[in-house]
Ligand binder design. Structure first.
Ligand code: CMC
Length: 376
């Protein structure tokens, strides 16, 4: 067997893809050839979803139809039996566990569940992208003993999510912040969760199964779970004055600092600056600039001492926390956006499928003789 062995598949190219390009040396990220810096300025999450799935920017008419479908109550609402099921879960179930369970359960209610045609997978992708924010917001309210808020089809996906969490009309800044955060998290080439989703899709399994695989992989602290760990670090640091000494001690203790480093970027992640700006604006609006000040100090010291740079997870949580969103909701918010990328990759995988089945370099025992239990 001829084989290339790289721990963690580092730099191994496993497939071609037309969806997302990362330039790790220059710090650039393109969706279908469009720079995220430009998309953040001019686009909306809904338009980015269209772009990722269809490969082109929509005409006005196509965008209107797409937004109407994505934001309709019919697609956003949860089956009542699913809400009944959520009520049975222990209140301590984390939002990410609820999302994983809820997406799996949604398959049981989906009329296209077993149909893997491009048309059916696109319909399912629209429903899941529309339903996931409703699921996340519903659990947040249920665990606080409140009634879920029905989605409002007049609001964008970002604005509606903020509305369903609080029951109050979202501010323009909150809506904009969420929209930009959703754009920035929507896709990232063959990251761990997308790879997991593609591996599942490549067995000719269905969209919901692939998305559940993605959610499971995203949950870990080395991937999407890092945004929650960053906020736990900020809580431990407590004040900007303590940040310098705290982070130097953590580095001296050889701690892994969440929100830093990347398998592909050798410079700062191009998404981080946008999230820092929004976290800073929101912090000023709510009169709490301490999170961003703490993170700026941490970033300065880690960059100087370790030559590793902020990634997407460093500042996102500071923005969400300024809106009063609990820390364990940060990774589900990441998933609400990444579902767009996962679905794009499932469509691409199914269009040119080959089973993904790598090999292991065997380092176990050589052949052994079986020993009956009474002689062991
Ligand atoms: N803090 C301290 N040291 C680090 C960090 C970090 N965040 N990241 C890398 N290093 C060091 C690591 O200790 C190792 O040093 P040495 O060679 O002396 O042992 C070297 O850099 C290479 O690290 P690695 O773990 O082999 O690198 P990787 O490419 O396997 O890991 C990573 C990439 C993202 C898992 C890692 O940088 C990390 O653990 N970062 C913290 C978690 C995090 O923020 N994850 C989010 C990633 S970006 C968005 C997303 O995917 O969700």
């Amino acid at each position: 067997m001829s084989s290339v062995f790289k721990e963690g598949l580092e730099d191994i190219v496993v497939s071609t893809s037309e969806i997302c390009f990362i330039d790790g040396r220059e710090g650039r990220l393109l969706y279908r050839g469009y720079d995220v810096d430009e998309l953040v300025q001019h686009s909306s999450f809904e338009e980015v979803v269209y772009l990722l799935w269809n490969g082109t920017l929509p005409s006005r008419k196509d965008l209107e139809a797409h937004v109407k479908a994505l934001n309709s109550t019919a697609n956003r609402k949860l089956p009542p039996k699913l809400v009944t099921m959520l009520r049975q879960l222990p209140k301590k179930t984390t939002p990410m566990e609820v999302l994983r369970t809820g997406v799996s359960a949604l398959a049981a209610f989906d009329p296209d569940a077993a149909d893997n045609s491009r048309e059916a997978t696109t319909r399912k992708a629209i429903r899941l992208t529309a339903q996931m924010p409703t699921l996340v917001a519903a659990w947040e309210r249920l665990r606080r003993g409140k009634t879920p808020v029905a989605p409002n089809p007049k609001l964008s996906l970002a604005g509606n999510f903020v509305y369903m969490l609080s029951g109050k009309k979202p501010t323009d800044l909150a809506t904009k912040t969420f929209d930009v955060a959703l754009i920035l998290h929507a896709d990232h080439e063959f990251n761990a969760s997308t790879f997991a989703a593609r591996v599942t899709a490549a067995t000719l399994s269905d969209l919901h199964s692939a998305i559940v695989s993605g959610i499971g992989a995203l949950k870990g602290p080395l991937h999407g779970g890092a945004n929650e760990q960053v906020m736990r670090m900020v809580e431990q640091i407590k004040t900007p004055e303590r940040a310098d000494a705290w982070i130097r001690k953590a580095l001296a203790d050889k701690a892994r600092i969440m929100g830093f480093g990347h398998r592909v970027y050798r410079v700062e992640d191009p998404r981080a600056k946008h999230l820092r700006r929004l976290a800073s604006e929101l912090g000023k609006q709510v009169g709490n600039t301490s999170y961003v000040k703490i993170l700026d100090t941490v970033a300065r010291v880690v960059t100087e001492e370790k030559k590793i740079y902020p990634n997407v997870d460093l500042y996102s949580g500071a923005a969400y926390a300024s809106m009063g969103i609990p820390t364990d909701e940060f990774t589900p918010i990441f998933a609400m956006s990444r579902v767009a990328g996962w679905a794009a990759h499932v469509l691409e995988q199914h269009a040119h499928n080959r089973l993904i089945r790598p090999r292991a370099e065997y380092t176990g025992h050589a052949r052994q003789q079986y020993v009956p239990i009474e002689r062991r």
